[in-house]
Ligand binder design. Structure first.
Ligand SMILES: Cc1ncc(COP(=O)(O)O)c(C=O)c1O
Length: 403
């Protein structure tokens, strides 16, 4: 049985009919749909166990705290982190990267350098620009080759003893390129730089093992991996997190407070000020359990096969350009249709019930590199099927006649 045949019935939204057609949802990289177990876990939490965490000495408060901390254990196991203190709950990938950037910023000195790449999502560009602002810190960027991969030779030349941090995506949300994380981390470490990996597109797609990737920080979002919006994870190596001065203050992140000073709580709570996303953590637990039941190896295999099928089908359509590597890639395929604006492509496909994303995908530097204003993008999840890719191929083929 294919993975989508096993999974599809678990996603209530996929019974929707859109513009007279059963929905073909090919926008999972923007946000995935949710299985019933995630929706029900959150409803049950609100109906039976909701209270605030870490502060209430009563039954509901203890239940909520336990559920919240169980989510941390599940995430730790899911990503192969050594310690539960290394898992910080955030609002999403963007939030996680900002937390690191805000904490690193005051330690930057004039002449320091930050290395990013030409294929970053704006979430992994702007926080570094803000951190560098007014500090005479240069931002350098690893170029993307004609094949859509990172130019590692150029990367080596960019590294200097002043490189403080290298921030890069695990999987490009436009090209689907999978970065050689461990190799980049090893190079960065040789010059003493910290590493931050944007895992927004990888966590839903690949088995993860932090002990193998060996990066200092890894950020991802719950809503792209079958979980709810409003929660994400920032993994940080314990030694590195210990040394990170919190940049955000409030309840829960302190031990003792005077009016003019305070001492910090232990990790990870030191980096989680205020009431956290509790119901969302419960939903994330259910999402991880769902993915683990399917098996992440199988998920990667399924989505990888769909991506290859999609590349082959679209590349064979006259007038269609497909971007990114031809071999192994993540669960996204960006393309353009000659003579049609990406927004028009998306609107015409929507009329057929097919949901794709169109635009610059929050990656304007990459659009500039590709020489386009935007692209259309199909992206896949566990419930996506080979039949849906065929429908997309057919619909894109028919677009030429719309010209
Ligand atoms: C590669 C990448 N990084 C970061 C983000 C931002 O994720 P979020 O909006 O969940 O913070 C996205 C979302 O599209 C992404 O694809």
């Amino acid at each position: 049985m294919t993975l989508d045949a096993r999974a599809r019935g678990d996603f209530p939204i996929l019974t929707r009919v859109v513009n007279g057609h059963p929905i073909v949802y090919l926008d999972s990289a923007a946000s995935s749909q949710k299985p019933r177990t995630v929706i029900e876990a959150m409803t049950q939490y609100y109906e039976r166990s909701h209270a605030n965490v870490h502060r209430s000495i009563h039954t509901l408060g203890e239940e909520a705290t336990e559920l919240y901390e169980i989510a941390r254990d599940r995430v730790q196991r899911f990503i192969g982190a050594r310690h539960r203190q290394e898992i910080v709950f955030t609002r999403g990938t963007t939030d996680g990267i900002n937390i690191v950037a805000e904490s690193v910023a005051p330690t930057l000195r004039a002449g320091d350098e930050i290395v990013i790449t030409e294929m970053e999502h704006h979430s992994n560009v702007i926080p570094w620009q803000i951190a560098a602002r007014g500090r005479e810190v240069a931002i350098r960027s690893i170029p993307v080759t004609g094949e859509g991969t990172l130019d590692l030779e150029a990367f080596r030349r960019l590294l200097t003893p002043r490189t403080r941090l290298v921030a890069f995506t695990h999987i490009s949300n436009v090209l689907g390129t999978i970065s050689p994380v461990a190799a980049i981390v090893a190079e960065a470490r040789r010059v003493g730089a910290l590493t931050l990996v944007d895992g927004a597109q990888a966590a839903p797609h690949l088995p993860l093992d932090m002990s193998v990737l060996d990066c200092d920080f890894y950020a991802f979002s719950g809503h792209k991996m079958l979980g709810p919006t409003g929660i994400g994870v920032l993994y940080g190596r314990r030694e590195v997190l210990e040394a990170l001065e919190p940049s955000r203050g409030g309840g829960e992140m302190i031990k003792e407070v005077w009016t003019d000073r305070a001492t910090w709580n232990d990790l990870p709570w030191r980096l989680e000020p205020g009431t956290p996303p509790i119901a969302e953590a419960v939903g994330l637990t259910a999402a991880i359990e769902y993915l683990e039941k399917l098996g992440m190896e199988r998920v990667a295999e399924h989505e990888g096969a769909l991506a290859r099928q999609c590349v082959d089908l679209l590349a064979a359509v006259p007038g269609v350009t497909v971007y990114g590597p031809r071999g192994e890639r993540g669960a996204v395929v960006s393309f353009s249709v000659a003579g049609l604006h990406p927004h028009d492509v998306a609107a015409l496909l929507d009329a057929e019930g097919i949901a794709v994303r169109a635009g610059h995908h929050c990656a304007q530097p990459l659009m500039r590199r590709l020489g386009v204003v935007g692209t259309s993008r199909a992206s896949f999840s566990v419930y996506s099927s080979s039949e849906e890719i065929a429908l997309l191929g057919h619909a894109v083929g028919a677009l030429q006649s719309a010209l």
